[in-house]
Write a protein of this length. Structure first.
Length: 107
């Protein structure tokens, strides 16, 4: 796996997403209130729009989630599975914090 440095950890605001281009793919990065990092594909599978980084971050039970800003389908940030439609999902990327930098793993 190749790791790409995207930004400083402190640049990511808790509960806000940001988009990055990693190896030609748009990735949505999230930092939750507990400090965890998540990276999923930025493309909403229902509309094709690249907007998930602008979604509403929250939880469903103990599952960290993001809701699409367009039609509000909710995605598990850990697995990419849509919690509202079991046939839909978004890709999940490896993400880590290393020496204060956020790195995303490209396949």
């Amino acid at each position: 796996m190749t790791w790409t440095t995207v930004c400083r950890y402190d640049d990511l605001q808790p509960e806000r997403g940001t988009a990055a281009l990693i190896g030609g793919e748009q990735v949505a990065l999230f930092r939750t209130f507990d400090g965890s990092l998540y990276a999923i594909g930025n493309q909403d599978p229902f509309t094709g729009a690249f907007v998930l980084s602008r979604g509403i971050v929250g939880t469903r039970g103990d599952i960290p989630t993001v809701a699409s800003p367009l039609h509000k389908q909710v995605f598990d940030l850990r697995t990419g599975a849509c919690l509202d439609d079991e046939t839909a999902f978004v890709p999940v990327f490896a993400v880590r914090e290393r020496d204060g930098q956020v790195e995303v793993g490209a396949r």
